[in-house]
Design a binder for this molecule. Structure first.
Ligand code: ASN
Ligand code: ZN
Length: 319
């Protein structure tokens, strides 16, 4: 197979050109061979997500097509969006943070779109330990259709291959916070949204067919959950100890830092803290210390380090 350009439409019907792989028999597959890591995108065709957990069913190949012009179905499934967004996430990690893909070693970025759950639409996405899995339905487009969500899911993979923050309680909330941070960081960079825009901190705000971004968003990194009094503790028997509920306490501090420092410096700082200082069972206080240690090691000026500590003071106080 050889690298080739292909065309299609995205979930919103816009025409898109993307990188594909031309096969020796002249047909095409949704595989990007042009980057440091291969990018493969599969269409589950509505099969249950359970068939893909930690495995790929026999006979699956990256979305095939006879010609370089993919039909509308490749857009409606979310495949075109997943493929293009995965490549953009790769580019962000490579150019800004010098990381070669999820594992840092050019391992393939694999996505599966168009899954269902128990015969019903699955309006969600997750990292299964090896790949990204996306559904959609109802009022939602495919979850692959938002760069912040693709960036979020792929960042779960980066976290697993670095600090490996355990996905429960405070370490799980930091895991979620960092996934949201980088997902949103790439989204605002791609769109040119200023950090001062109230929509900059929204996650998944583009996924709804109807409804305003604010109504649609799953989370807001400026949601004002800015004290440990807001922490929902170990009594939460669901959501792995409230990882998606408590994350904005930590991500709120990270987002304040990105608002106050040069954004590229903030991105490098969070990445350095994650990959060099955090460990699997870190609690918020450890996560804070990791950020300060990384800022110190980067040689950031004292005024920037004070902004880092002030941001955490603003989110981890007891009122
Ligand atoms: N979309 C969610 C996430 O990536 C799915 C999950 O709960 N793992 O956080
Ligand atoms: Zn997540």
């Amino acid at each position: 197979e050889t690298p080739a350009k292909a065309t299609g439409t995205d979930v919103r019907g816009a025409k898109v050109t993307f990188d594909a792989a031309k096969q020796d028999d002249g047909t095409y597959r949704m595989s990007d061979l042009t980057r440091g890591a291969r990018v493969d995108t599969y269409d589950a065709g509505g099969r249950d997500y359970g068939e893909f957990l930690g495995q790929m069913p026999d006979g699956m190949i990256p979305v095939p097509n006879k010609t370089a012009e993919y039909p509308a179905s490749a857009g409606e499934s979310g495949a075109v969006n997943a493929h293009v967004n995965s490549a953009r996430v790769y580019d962000f990690y490579k150019s800004r943070l010098g990381r070669d893909g999820i594992d840092g070693k050019g391992g393939t970025l694999t996505s599966v779109v168009n899954v269902t759950a128990n015969g019903r639409p699955f309006a969600n996405a997750f990292w299964d330990g090896e790949k990204m899995v996306y559904g959609g339905g109802g009022d939602y487009y495919s979850f692959a259709a938002a760069l912040d969500v693709t960036g979020h899911e792929m960042t779960h993979g980066v976290i697993e291959r670095s600090a490996n923050l355990i996905y429960m309680n405070q370490s799980g909330a930091i895991n979620e916070a960092i996934a949201d941070y980088f997902g949103n960081a790439m989204d605002v960079e791609a769109k040119g949204t200023p950090m001062s825009d109230p929509e900059a901190g929204l996650l998944a705000e583009d996924l709804c067919r109807t409804g305003t971004p604010k109504e649609c968003a799953l989370r807001d990194l400026n949601d004002g959950r800015n004290a440990m009094d807001d922490y929902i503790g170990a009594t939460v028997g669901q959501d792995s100890g409230g990882v998606h509920l408590n994350s904005t306490i930590y991500s709120g501090a990270l987002w304040d830092i990105r608002e106050q420092l040069d954004p590229a410096t903030a991105d490098k700082l969070v990445y350095k803290a994650l990959t060099e200082y955090m460990t699997p069972l870190d609690r918020f206080m450890d996560g804070r210390n990791a950020m300060v240690a990384a800022a110190d090691a980067m040689g950031l000026p004292l005024e920037d380090i004070q902004k880092v500590t002030a941001a955490f003071d603003g989110h981890m106080i007891h009122r």
